[in-house]
Design a protein around this ligand. Structure first.
Ligand code: BGC
Length: 761
């Protein structure tokens, strides 16, 4: 329920900026202010600041006479979240400011994960753009819109690396790679926060700290167990990047980290986050995670609350452990007042940094809600950016792009559902304003072509499973039988020139609590696809998905496949732009697509093992690390994607074959557009450390550049390599580089590279 919220001019966007650290004088001013305020606070009022209750009763009651309104007036609430509507938020802020004794303003959060009402593609899709400007822009627009509706804190970016597509929350992150994930984490923090000065710059919250994406068997909320080497070298990187970029808040994860729940893990929060990374912002728990400590099999609520506070957690989201138990724990001497004060200070500092003490209504200019949300300009950006996220997996016989002529048959369970376009966590979406793909395609062709539509099948044959896909009002099950649906589809395509099949998952098949064990096209859709292919007409498959799905059969049988993920509020137009060739697709996978789910976890930057399979091995080899039944290679590798033109790469050229001390060397390739239309290519640079004191991955992304080339045009792309880039965490977790040989690889994806060797002296 908590995700259910009721609905309640052109704009110059500020240029991006990294939040500047405060000067000493500014810090001293803030310290003085907070110290003076804290001196006036009772213990109850302090505990109130640590309390982040859900807003459900405001949402449903629409009135501040609800429990939360009274609690705010009593100073028992530090903030709340997921309220939609500037008026409602303003009123609640008014209660905090005018009716509570000290008038401390509230933090007002929301899961603005990939846009507000202008919805951008799901984060996994955004990461496939490899376009940091676009991603930053998406976060900027999200902040502009959310702040116009009174929100001053977003629970984003979600930067959990994941290598297991069974996990539904893979949709919310940036895929499998620490480097790409880190760049994206930084871009999003910049986009949301800017320099935290203006009323359209809001607090970011990096989540879920830490390792949430590694839950065993891809089952949400499941146990995580990981070596520290893997934490430091792989999974920690994007959280740290976001912190380095100035992210003001961090959210703990539900899972265990080294046997202790993240929310009360002192090593994680105090030693790593605050100590080693220098994070001086505020830490909030995930929803109810202090309360879940005892369910993990550890201590009860008072002890869990005391431990979480001591570990460095400041704000309790929805467990009511801090407000409910810490007073007694202070009184009986088990919790030092100093721990409470530390947390209160950090929360007040976050409010101070937002400027709420200067102007508590800074984010409550209700006029902006009317002028700054779902604007023409924002929608144009969302459409452009969505088109960049689609990944063309296959295009035999150049079926795509389609000509705007003849008769186009649009078939499939995802073809006519506007509510399924935005994707999971479109918390503030207004589905009534968005188009279905059918509408988008019709608008794109105008009167140049005829478009016919039939659903063809339900998403699933199992109504229970489909019911989960229809949550949050996303999708309607067609009551007709599968036979009737199929017959209608075949009649519809009978005299069509081309078939566009809109298939895949519903948007609620991914996201929180949406893990799956079968990622192939469900039987209903497979049967439909077989029947469509049997007509002998050209078929284009649009695969809607919130994760990498398993598409071996499609790769074998369907001539053209465009992976469109969930593309946001403007997805329908953006898909049409690419299908009809107004936009040349340029997305590249940020997560490996497996041949078979049995290969999972499968990721490009794996370690070598003592018995790797030789690259030129043909089939299964006994006593090597491989499977009897499936090759080790993925169906589509990390970094992969096609377009409507082709590119040639020269071999990589190094400026030197040794690298020393503070020096650098460059690696250059010449890339040529060998096709007949302009296209954008993402040139990727990987390294391999051939001999290390700990085992090093066979490949690690270390740089990439998106370039746009006219037909026939070639360009040199140069990457600079420094010793700093070759560093890793050794056995003692020191960040070092070690002299020795390195392979440097450049290519269009992680599997097709040219290699040159150099030595670090
Ligand atoms: C999710 C978080 C989210 C929070 C607040 C939790 O269930 O794990 O990602 O920010 O709810 O809605």
């Amino acid at each position: 329920m908590k995700k259910h919220i009721i609905a309640a001019a052109a704009l110059m966007l500020a240029a991006s900026a990294v939040a500047k650290p405060m000067t000493d004088a500014e810090k001293a001013k803030m310290d003085k202010f907070v110290t003076e305020l804290m001196a006036k606070m009772t213990l109850d009022e302090k505990l109130g600041q640590l309390n982040l209750p859900p807003s459900d009763d405001i949402v449903t009651g629409q009135t501040i006479n609800s429990n939360i309104g009274q609690a705010v007036a009593k100073g028992q609430v530090g903030g709340t979240f997921n309220i939609k509507g500037a008026e409602k938020i303003r009123e609640l802020q008014r209660v905090a400011v005018e009716e509570s004794r000290l008038g401390i303003p509230l933090l007002l959060g929301m899961d603005v994960i990939h846009g507000y009402e202008t919805v951008f593609p799901i984060p996994l899709a955004l990461s496939c753009s490899w376009d940091m400007e676009a991603i930053e822009r998406s976060a900027r627009i999200a902040a502009v819109e959310a702040s116009a509706a009174g929100v001053n804190w977003t629970f984003s970016p979600m930067v959990d690396i994941s290598r297991d597509p069974r996990w539904g929350r893979m949709s919310e992150g940036s895929g499998e790679d620490p480097y790409l994930g880190s760049e994206i984490a930084r871009a999003m923090v910049r986009g949301y926060q800017g320099d935290l000065k203006n009323n359209d710059e809001i607090l970011a919250c990096v989540k879920h700290f830490a390792l949430y994406g590694a839950s065993e068997a891809g089952r949400d909320y499941n146990t995580v167990d990981m070596s520290r080497s893997r934490m430091y070298n792989e999974y920690f990187a994007p959280y740290k990047a976001a912190v380095d970029e100035g992210a003001a808040t961090v959210m703990t994860s539900f899972n265990l980290v080294d046997g202790v729940p993240a929310t009360e893990n002192k090593w994680l929060l105090d030693d790593v986050l605050r100590g080693q990374w220098g994070f001086d912002g505020m830490v909030v728990t995930d929803y109810g995670s202090i309360g879940e400590v005892s369910v993990h099999g550890l201590e009860n609520l008072p002890e869990a609350s005391a431990r979480a506070l001591d570990a460095g957690t400041d704000m309790d989201m929805c467990s009511f452990g801090f407000i409910g138990t810490l007073k007694q724990s202070v009184e009986n001497g088990t919790v030092p007042m100093e721990n409470i004060d530390k947390a209160v200070r950090r929360i007040l500092e976050a409010k101070y940094r937002l400027g709420l003490f200067e102007n508590p209504y800074k984010f409550n200019d209700t006029k902006r809600e009317k002028t700054h949300i779902y604007t023409k300009e924002h929608r144009a950006d969302a459409r452009r950016i969505a088109a960049e996220t689609f990944v063309l997996l296959k295009n035999d016989g150049k079926v795509l792009p389609l000509a705007k002529k003849g008769k186009v048959a649009l078939i499939g369970p995802m073809a006519n559902t506007a509510s399924n376009m935005p994707g999971t966590w479109s918390v503030a979406a207004d589905f009534d304003r968005y188009k279905s793909l059918y509408e988008g395609i019709k608008d794109a062709v105008g009167n140049k072509a005829e478009v016919v539509y039939a659903k063809g099948s339900n998403l699933e044959s199992d109504p229970v499973l489909e019911a989960n896909a229809t949550m949050f009002g996303r999708e309607m099950r067609d009551p007709r039988s599968e036979e009737e649906l199929l017959a209608e589809a075949l009649a519809t395509v009978a005299d069509a020139d081309v078939i566009v099949a809109a298939m895949g998952e519903s948007s609620e098949y991914s996201g929180e609590s949406s893990s799956r064990t079968e990622l192939e096209l469900p039987a209903t859709q497979r049967r439909l696809m077989e029947a469509l292919l049997a007509t002998g007409k050209p078929v284009v498959m649009l695969n809607f998905s919130g994760r990498p799905t398993v598409m071996s059969w499609e790769a074998e049988n369907v001539p053209a496949i465009l992976n469109v993920w969930f593309g946001g509020s403007e997805a329908a137009d953006a898909i049409a732009d690419v299908v009809f060739g107004d936009v040349n697709p340029s997305g590249r996978l940020s997560a490996t697509m497996p041949r078979s789910l049995g290969q999972v976890p499968i990721y490009y930057n794996h370690l070598n093992t003592g018995r790797p399979l030789a690259a030129d091995a043909k089939g299964f080899v006994k006593f090597r690390s491989n499977y009897l039944d499936v090759p080790n290679t993925p169906l589509y590798p990390f970094g992969y994607g096609l377009g409507y033109t082709t590119f040639d790469y020269s071999p990589v050229r190094l400026s030197a074959d040794t690298l020393t001390g503070d020096g650098s060397l460059t690696a250059t390739v010449t890339v040529k557009n060998t096709g007949s239309r302009e296209g954008t290519e993402t040139v990727q640079m990987y390294i391999r450390d051939l001999v290390g004191s700990v085992s090093r991955p066979v490949k690690e992304l270390k740089g990439f550049e998106r370039i746009t080339l006219a037909p026939g045009e070639s360009r040199d792309v140069t990457f600079t390599v420094t010793p700093e880039m070759l560093k890793f965490y050794n056995f003692n977790l020191d960040f070092v580089n070690e002299p020795g040989d390195f392979d440097l690889m450049v290519g269009p994806n992680s599997a097709e590279v040219s290699t040159a060797r150099f030595t670090l002296k």
